[in-house]
Design a protein around this ligand. Sequence first.
Ligand code: SF4
Length: 320
Amino acid sequence: MTSFPLRLGISRCLLGDPVRYDGGHKRDPFLTDILGPYVEWVPVCPEVEAGLGIPREAMKLIWSTHQSQPLRLVTITGGVDHTKALMAATAKRLEELATLDICGYIFKKNSPSCGLERVRIYNEQGMPKRSGTGLFAQAFREAFPLIPVEEEGRLCDPAIRENFIERVFCYQRYRQLLRNGVTQQAVVRFHTIHKYLLLAHSPQDYERLGRLVGHAHRFGPTELAMKYGPLFMKALAVKATVRKHVNVLYHIVGHFKDRLTPGEKTELLSVIGDYQRRLTPLIVPLTLIKHYVQLFNVEYVRDQIYLNPHPKELMLRNHV
Ligand code: SF4
């Protein structure tokens, strides 16, 4: 079991703090009311931390070929360049965040400081292109490449939401593995309990990780864990599809199908078939499968993270 708090960085305005350029906020009820009870937030407003004040003039990113750092953060009407202040505050904040065991970060979309993708960048003729990343978000990603990140806008998509939160909990377990004084046995055990989850995302990476763990004896424990982590997080970022989930469900059923009566087997296959045809969400076949796993005490499957990757109260698998 993990024992340190699930700490997530977040753009401060998403928690309802009135820190935006116009003195407003962008409180997101899913984050504050539903996810909030499970996490310890680390709120960051890079623009306020750069001393730009509230309210402040709205800003945009421009691409200037005359500067050593071509991407500049400037005020929209006055043209005041705040890049230096923002980058100094960013460097300071990233140092602090590195000490906090952050397991994920949720950014405010479209912001020239916090937006993760498709942020408008203006060329020197004033023409925008939605191709950028906010300055703080970019620096965060470079500093912490393994930490799962998302924008609040994308989290409205149930599949993206489920995947992000799953990755956050996985990353927390990986951090815990490193904290616990890693051994080869612990890495092998870590891989074992994540097998079906990995298979639901990326069968190719599942194979790769299996080969790595199969050769565990070639590496020192820390070296093994450091090789394992990036591949593990990369695998989980690959989208899980209905087809891949169905494959995993059949693998699991294989562990106990001989103990089912013909009627039970027909019912279970029919429930999986309904999910495959997208008539029901994943939670439906999973609930029935979990029932049999408990009933028959299928130890190998019972311990799989795939069955319970995040708190059931979040109901994330009711919509995928
Ligand atoms: S988007 Fe980022 S910089 Fe803008 S108000 Fe929110 S936290 Fe501050």
